[in-house]
Design a binder for this molecule. Structure first.
Ligand code: PFF
Length: 456
């Protein structure tokens, strides 16, 4: 299956594609954002709403991106030259490549933190943490050290570069097939550990007890935004991965599998975290606070805590690394397809540029902590907000409009499967892309991009 008339490299197998795309989707968003959102927004009720969001918004856009990729066999810029007719629509492709470039620059900084904590666990620093204040002291000393920050950011980027240099099949696919099963095994080991602790049921109740009184319109928009980021949509990562599919590979059932794996990883992460947090008498926080200030204390209070701490930080590291590969590959596909550069040159140049752009982000916690870019945001926060709140939803909106209204779905319907018994889904998908997704994405942009920025 490797190689084609066009000379484009292809995945070694369809499973390889599903693993790589799931690896892109399963990232820090699943492990440190989804569980907390769920606990805060009505437990089981939120899980239900989230699944509906995946069906209504996530899956249609994911299918659209994969279809565009397989149809055009191009990077996002080349793809939009084709489906947008070569005019202004090409800008959507550039927006995607730029989003990949920007996101990886700060994602890699956090990826570096996970590496740093793996080292701190092995060297016994994490094991020495006994309460929240010592955990906070360790974390704050870590991020306040500019040399360490840049060094770990460099190491994380270097690893990503090294894997992507190996190519689609022998780099990205091979590593995802190796790492993703490990990720799921670690989550399951952590779940078993957490659930067998005394007092775990209080954590389960916080996480899953359905509470519909907490559900508002805003909860739904929150779930929509989360599912969009979690599935790596809106910037052409799935267009790029889809462009390496061979014509005999199905798109509809792969999309269902990718979304299924991503949702499962998010759901299971909460099961791995909350029972243990409550069992040791603590309460959860969100994002980095939960991971670096609370979990080390939780591990210190359980038997063999060091082993579980190591497993947890390796889990986070794998999740970040497999997502980073897809972000870098978007920029690499652009320069190989559009500029005719070789893979080696593309990876080394874009890897270096992204590393450089990440430096101000890694310094946002120390030397540059007082430097505010816009709205009082540090460089790190600015890049995060710019990409996740504006660039991705706008990208997704334009992808849906360009495919549904400009290029026309009739030209791409044959890219969906015909023999999986999922025929009726084609019509639903067409309706979703033309009408439902654009409306929802406008709502997301208005809520996160306007309302929440003005009324925090
Ligand atoms: N899906 C990743 C996460 O949940 O952390 C983040 C991400 C990766 C977004 C790749 C976009 C992307 F292209």
């Amino acid at each position: 299956m490797n190689g084609s008339k066009s000379g484009r490299e292809h995945w070694g197998s369809k499973v390889g594609f599903v693993f790589a795309a799931a690896g892109s989707a399963i990232g820090l968003g699943n492990i440190w954002k989804f569980p907390y959102l769920t606990g805060q927004h009505g437990g089981g009720a939120f899980v239900l709403i989230y699944i509906i969001c995946i069906l209504v918004l996530g899956l249609p856009i994911m299918i659209a991106e994969i279809v565009i990729g397989r149809h055009t066999e191009k990077d996002p810029v080349g793809a939009f030259k084709i489906i947008g007719g070569g005019g202004r629509w090409t800008a959507v492709g550039y927006l995607g490549v730029l989003s990949g470039f920007f996101i990886l620059s700060y994602y890699s900084v956090v990826g570096g933190w996970t590496l740093g904590y793996i080292v701190k666990t092995i060297t016994g620093v994490v094991g020495g943490i006994t309460d929240t204040s010592s955990a906070e002291a360790v974390f704050s000393a870590f991020i306040k050290n500019p040399v360490e920050m840049v060094l770990y950011h460099f190491l994380f980027m270097a690893l990503t570069v090294w894997i992507v240099l190996g190519g689609v099949k022998n780099g990205i696919e091979k590593w995802n097939k190796f790492l993703l099963p490990i990720l799921f095994v670690i989550i399951i080991v952590l779940i078993v550990r957490g659930l067998t602790m005394e007092g775990a049921s209080r954590g389960l109740a916080f996480y899953l007890k359905p509470d519909f009184s907490r559900v508002t319109v805003f909860t739904v928009i929150e779930a929509l935004g989360q599912c969009f980021f979690s599935l790596s949509l809106g910037m052409g990562a799935m267009i790029t991965y889809g462009s390496y599919l061979s014509k005999s590979d199905k798109t509809l059932d792969s999309s269902l599998q990718i979304a299924g794996l991503d949702t499962m990883a998010a759901f299971l992460s909460g099961l791995a975290i909350f029972p243990a947090v409550y069992a040791v008498g603590m309460t959860p926080a969100k994002g980095p606070g939960l991971t670096f200030n609370i979990l080390p204390v939780v591990f210190s209070r359980m038997a063999y805590g060091n082993v579980f701490a190591l497993l947890f930080f390796v889990l986070l590291f794998i999740a970040a690394l497999t997502s980073a590969m897809s972000l870098l590959e978007v920029t690499v596909a652009y320069s190989t397809d559009e500029k005719g550069w070789g893979r080696r040159k593309s990876v080394l140049i874009f890897g270096s540029l992204i590393f450089l752009l990440g430096i101000p982000s890694s310094l946002s916690f120390n030397v540059l902590s007082d430097v505010k870019i816009f709205f009082g945001l540090t460089f790190f926060d600015f890049m995060d907000k710019l990409t996740t709140i504006y660039m991705l939803p706008v990208g997704g909106l334009l992808i849906a409009i360009c495919l549904g209204w400009k290029y026309g779905l009739r030209n791409t319907m044959h890219e969906l499967d015909t023999d999986t018994g999922l025929q009726f889904l084609k019509k639903i998908w067409a309706f979703a892309i033309k009408y439902v997704s654009p409306v929802i994405l406008v709502l997301i942009i208005l809520y996160f991009g306007v309302y929440r920025m003005l009324v925090p």
